[in-house]
Design a protein around this ligand. Sequence first.
Ligand SMILES: [Zn+2]
Ligand SMILES: [Zn+2]
Length: 237
Amino acid sequence: MKDQRYPLTWNKDDFSIKIFCSIPNIATGIILKTSDAYFVVDPGDGILRDLNSEIGTKQILKISNIFVTHGHHDHIGGVWSLLTYLRVMRKSTPLTIHFPKGCVEIESIFNAFDQVYGNGLTYKINLNHIKKMDGFKTNNVTVEPFSVIHKEFLNDGSKRQVPALGYKFIYQNKSICYGGDTAYCDELVIQAKDSDLAIIEAGHEDEEPDDMHMTLAEAKSIGKSAKEYFLVHVPEK
Ligand SMILES: [Zn+2]
Ligand SMILES: [Zn+2]
């Protein structure tokens, strides 16, 4: 485990990841780079600013894929501005947004964007509603989505499970496992084990385990099964 001060960066050969931030209820923002591709993962508020300082105004147009773990605002707050920026700057290559099937937040943002700007848009937006946890390959990166357990409160105080995924990214025999927001679950345990890097949330406020986020102890126990790990989404005091 490394010091949890943002940004967190990790790289092996041509494969790298930079976590601009991951603060529960505020924002997440992650860029994944290979020798020929840029992916954005969980574009929360501030992602455009962070991408601009990281890769610059022109390179942002090369982003080919956005991976969303779930629809909570701290993971998708920057989607509208990113899509609009790409339009204003006349991106010409396609963009695919991957997200869990049933994520109404992404569907709603896309529908609204399409309604406002769909006419004459310079780039194509593909939506990948992920339901089956089959791996696929894009830009020479193998992507393995997996289901995680994450809930939210309804207005009456009850909780409901939200469509939520983690992703494993494999490139040139190196793997990064990102669990998104999740309670302790077997799927994450399996995926994180022996990864070159595991990015594990420790978003729970106290020591008593629950079904929304992980405690520090739970997160560390999974992180340690990987070759290296970052703990993210740790509540700020
Ligand atoms: Zn979150
Ligand atoms: Zn969440």
